[in-house]
Design a protein around this ligand. Structure first.
Ligand code: SF4
Length: 169
């Protein structure tokens, strides 16, 4: 037991080094964020994840942000269960017709100021499902989007870069 405790003390932290905010995310946010709104919130943001019709691979990558390696909470970002407690809506998947009303109601239930982040190619533009009869297309067909994070699915580091840009902007 003592041997394992000493090994644990000798090892360095497993946590990944923080990536810098993505340049394109900063540029997109710079044209959208109101500094007055940003100042109201400080540097801590609560995130509500909304699945608008994802294949769930985007969710798996988002879920990885909470593990000990990426450790999202050290950046002042945390997931919450209710949109009423959220500053950021993280939306995945193409906007399916069946989820349209739920997404609109979630957006309406989120207090201002709020930001919408479209995660993955499907949320950005409809992706693989853009031509489907069951989909509206990208999330911005239904609610305004402040930041697009592309990829199918985007890697956790790409998600972190975008979310850190949101905190830094
Ligand atoms: S972007 Fe790719 S991984 Fe994400 S929901 Fe669409 S198909 Fe799935």
């Amino acid at each position: 037991m003592l041997k394992f405790l000493l090994q644990g003390l000798a090892l360095s932290s497993l946590t990944e080094r923080a990536p810098p905010p993505a340049d394109d995310a900063m540029a997109e946010l710079a044209s959208r964020l109101e500094s007055a709104s940003r100042r109201k919130l400080g540097r801590s943001l609560s995130i509500r994840e909304v699945d608008a019709g994802s294949c769930n691979a985007c969710e798996l990558e988002i879920h990885a942000l909470n593990n000990a390696f990426y450790d999202l909470e050290r950046f002042g970002l945390r997931f919450v269960a209710s949109p009423r407690h959220a500053d950021v809506l993280l939306v995945t998947g193409p906007m399916t017709k069946n989820m349209r009303e739920a997404v609109e109601r979630t957006y309406a239930a989120t207090p201002d100021p709020k930001w919408v982040v479209a995660v993955g190619d499907c949320a950005c533009s409809g992706g693989l499902y853009a031509e489907s009869y069951a989909c509206e297309g990208g999330v911005d067909k239904v609610i305004p989007v402040d930041l697009h994070i592309r990829g199918c699915p985007p890697e956790p580091v790409a998600l972190l870069e975008g979310l850190i840009a949101l905190v830094e902007a």
